[in-house]
Design a protein around this ligand. Structure first.
Ligand code: 13P
Ligand code: SF4
Length: 320
């Protein structure tokens, strides 16, 4: 039975590879995707790296294995290409925390403010923003804005609070959070760090444990030498480059697949083993196969929105 299943999986992968050639397609996969999807992808990465790949590829079709805002960003950057998502229900709880009417109302209350939107937002929100940013370049974007300008930062409250702390600048923050990262709590971090004092602590800036961690860092209660606040790709790079043999990981657990594969002798301890993004796990080999076979589900961003959204993304990419 098991052998048959493996054979079926092998066939499916062969079919995907064959269809990929027929469709002149590339597969982009986020670092939280299932291991089998990361294995068939041409490129894996964080939101920034995948956006850059989508912008520069010569492929005619992009199969985006991630969540909808990522595929929308690819469609905005490559309007002449066909962008497909294997499952259109792959949303994002963080992106859902703000809608266009809420942003317009907020902007009306702060008419002179610069709007900086994290990439985890809809195309409509990006179109109403001055800058887009990702976990890799959020600090650069904030630092590029003159200090006398008021900034509305949305939608992630933990990332926003972090930026406020390290820049020493008062930001207007939208109170959004991702349900997966909000579940990564400080008390568990403290326990794990107590049990493994030699371990490096890698933390994604969307995490619920970020604010207290910064407080402990500032007070010298935890060592800044062993603590790194990074994007998912930054965490994967750090795990490879560091001489440490044990790491405490604060983010969605899909990232562990590549970390373990790249570093078989190192140990990776998730702060919350149940921190699973169900949206990211909706993409399977079956849905990727179906997507390429039937050329579904095409992601289309209306031109008037795409043109405006692109300005905020380009302003970010110029700084990167
Ligand atoms: P990265 O850009 O760091 O991969 O983060 C994207 C994301 O959705 C994290 O939840
Ligand atoms: Fe969105 Fe959170 Fe999933 Fe990232 S982990 S895609 S922020 S719901």
């Amino acid at each position: 039975m098991e052998r048959l299943e493996i054979k079926q999986i092998d066939h499916l992968i062969e079919d995907i590879q064959r269809l990929k050639e027929t469709r002149k397609a590339i597969i982009l996969a986020h670092n939280y995707q299932l291991g089998e999807i990361q294995d068939i992808a041409d490129f894996t990465g964080d939101s920034l790296k995948l956006s850059q790949k989508a912008a520069e590829t010569e492929a005619e079709t992009i199969v985006f294995c991630g969540v909808n805002f990522m595929a929308e960003t690819a469609a905005i950057l490559s309007p002449e290409k066909t962008v497909l998502v294997p499952d259109p229900a792959a949303g994002c709880s963080l992106a859902d925390t703000i809608n266009i009417d809420q942003l317009k109302t907020w902007k009306m209350k702060h008419p002179n403010a610069i709007v900086v939107s994290y990439i985890n937002t809809t195309a409509e929100i990006k179109a109403e923003s001055d800058y887009c940013c990702t976990s890799t370049n959020a600090l650069k974007v904030i630092n590029a804005i003159p200090s006398n300008k008021e900034i509305l930062f949305l939608p992630d409250i933990f990332l926003g609070t972090y930026l406020q702390t390290i820049t020493g600048r008062k930001l207007q923050l939208w109170p959004g959070e991702c349900h997966v990262h909000a579940s990564i709590r400080p008390n568990v971090v403290n326990n794990l760090r107590g049990q493994h004092p030699e371990a490096e602590f890698l933390i994604h800036p969307e995490c619920g444990c970020l604010t207290p961690s910064m407080y402990y860092l500032a007070n010298g209660d935890i060592s800044s030498k062993d603590t790194h606040i990074l994007s998912t790709e930054g965490m994967i790079r750090r795990a490879k480059e560091s001489s440490a043999s044990r790491f405490i990981i604060a983010t969605e657990v899909g990232i562990l697949y590549k970390m373990k594969r790249d570093n078989p002798r190192k140990t990776f301890l998730p702060v919350n083993p149940d921190a699973v993004c169900e949206y990211m796990k909706q993409t399977t080999l079956d849905t990727v196969y179906k997507s390429l076979k039937e050329m579904i589900y095409q992601v289309k961003v209306p031109k008037n929105i795409a043109v405006k959204a692109r300005r905020s993304i380009d302003k970010m990419l110029e700084l990167t």
